[in-house]
Design a protein around this ligand. Structure first.
Ligand code: ZN
Length: 506
């Protein structure tokens, strides 16, 4: 009985979180500019109400009773796991003083304007005072949350539970060792033809083509839709309404196409969660306070990267779908072969900007940021010395000289919102995608399916092994169940090595 009451409360928390998501989806796609200030207030109100409901005395009393009620069940029993997750989340929120959360939200609201001006003028010094406050506040946050070895571990917990500076260190070292020689070798090679991707592609045609490709991989429009935005994202309001957005550049078709495949990959995760878990802890991030079924940000990213890169940028995929691309863009692609198209969408070329980076160089941007964030938080890197540290790493990893701060340390929006600890999930997603895809392809029906443009066997495998479970298992537990081992960089490194050796004749 108490268990049922607790679950109804969590259902209400989930309703409130979904309502916030709808308001932010609207703000990022439809809302006129004038709505910003009042929308911000509406979201702040709902966010306070949600947290208050979750940690209220009434909920805690339901939780105490529910714990007693499920105590006799076996450890992995669904009810017991759900109750334990609610306990963990409530402890987490109670550990953070409300004053600290308020200060960080406040800092986030002023930080954005300061950062935007500093970036526009490419002047890091303007951003230093705000960034210093952000770092101090996050350090206080880490101390409140608690950690064993490194304060940065406490900040990553919200996005990638279980990941620590100590576990990332060997992972990053192995990735650098495996991937840096590839980047260097490609630098000596001739680049493929790229001109046709930058021809004029009308936005309406891009919308139609991107959406048709998203549907090909299984994105369900009965429970989804595609809209336009500046910074592409996926958002779900339960598994029954999972929306994606993409950005349309009339002079670069690949952005909308691969953006849509990427976000559709995220969407497939949410659309694939077991319907029985709707409005439960397994479809609610009670720590991050976000209505989402994916188990961690990295796990979520594994699904977007898997569909965008392993499937969407594969030779097999374009062998089957290039004719459709040509049909959609007869003029723009009339002098382009399937092989030329495949090589162009897989071109690897070191650049300054993370969000524009290709598959091979992307992780270097992530490792650089993660290492810098951890060093700022433990105090071994002073905020003022950031540009120097940043530029040295870009030179070491990608061989580039950063010409100014706008193209360097000021490029990302993250720190301006007060947030630290979110970058590693991109690389964890890449690594996890490599591991899952290698395992899935061992099944003949999946490999044959992909070669015949039938993505159902792969989707079924992912649903069975990852999607349906929602947040029931931790990320590594999920990986062990699906592949027999925890996070392992080798399949990802082998995949990139094979792919780029073939592409660039290394
Ligand atoms: Zn993503």
């Amino acid at each position: 009985m108490s268990y049922a009451q607790l679950m109804e409360t969590i259902g209400q928390v989930n309703d409130l979180l979904n309502t916030q998501s709808i308001l932010s989806w609207d703000a990022r796609t439809m809302m006129p500019h004038g709505g910003h200030e009042t929308r911000g207030k509406q979201l702040a109100t709902l966010s306070v109400l949600t947290r208050d409901l979750l940690v209220s005395a009434a909920t805690r009393s339901q939780l105490d009773k529910a714990e007693a009620e499920v105590a006799a069940l076996s450890d992995g029993a669904v009810q017991k796991v759900m109750v334990a997750q609610v306990r963990e989340a409530i402890d987490y929120h109670l550990a953070i003083p409300a004053e600290l959360t308020r200060k960080r939200a406040e800092l986030g609201s002023v930080g954005h304007a300061v950062w935007a001006k500093a970036r526009a003028e490419s002047d890091f010094a303007q951003f230093v005072p705000i960034l210093r406050q952000t770092v101090d506040l996050n350090r206080e946050m880490a101390n409140a949350i608690g950690y064993e070895e490194h304060p940065y571990d406490a900040l990553m917990y919200r996005f990638e539970p279980g990941e620590t500076v100590a576990t990332l260190k060997p992972l990053f070292a192995r990735l650098r060792e495996g991937l840096m020689p590839l980047v260097k070798a490609i630098g000596q090679k001739e680049q493929p033809r790229f001109d046709f991707l930058e021809r004029h592609y009308p936005v309406e045609e891009q919308h139609e083509f991107a959406l048709s490709m998203a549907q090909k991989i299984g994105y369900d429009l009965e429970r989804g839709r595609l809209d336009t935005t500046l910074h592409p994202f996926e958002v779900s309001f339960t598994r029954n309404d999972v929306r994606i957005t993409t950005r349309f550049n009339p002079n670069y078709m690949a952005a909308s196409l691969f953006g849509a495949l990427h976000e559709a990959g995220h969407a497939l995760y949410e659309q694939g969660v077991d319907p029985a878990y709707t409005r439960t802890p397994f479809a609610t991030d009670l720590v991050g306070l976000y209505a989402v079924g994916g188990v961690s940000f990295g796990a979520h990213e594994s699904q977007s990267r898997l569909w965008e890169n392993h499937v969407g940028r594969s030779r097999e995929f374009w062998h089957r779908h290039f004719a459709e691309a040509r049909q959609a863009y007869p003029e723009q692609l009339k002098d382009v072969s399937e092989e030329e198209f495949f090589r162009a969408i897989n071109r690897s070329k070191p650049g300054f900007i993370r969000v524009e980076a290709d598959e091979l160089t992307y992780d270097f941007h992530v490792m650089l940021r993660t290492d810098i964030e951890a060093a700022m938080i433990d105090g071994s890197l002073d905020v003022e010395d950031l540009p120097e540290a940043w530029n040295a790493k870009i030179k070491e990893y990608l061989g580039l000289d950063v010409p100014n701060d706008a193209l360097g340390v000021l490029q990302d929006v993250h720190w301006s919102s007060g947030q630290i600890g979110t970058f590693c999930n991109y690389t964890i997603g890449n690594v996890m995608a490599g591991q899952l895809f290698e395992e899935a392809r061992k099944e003949a029906a999946i490999a044959t399916g992909i070669a015949q443009a039938d993505y159902e066997p792969l989707r079924a495998w992912l649903t069975q092994n990852v999607l349906q479970h929602g947040r029931r298992y931790g990320r590594d537990e999920l990986l062990v169940r699906a592949t027999g081992r925890k996070l392992d960089a080798e399949p990802y490194i082998a995949y990139l090595t094979n792919k780029y050796s073939e592409l660039y004749d290394l």
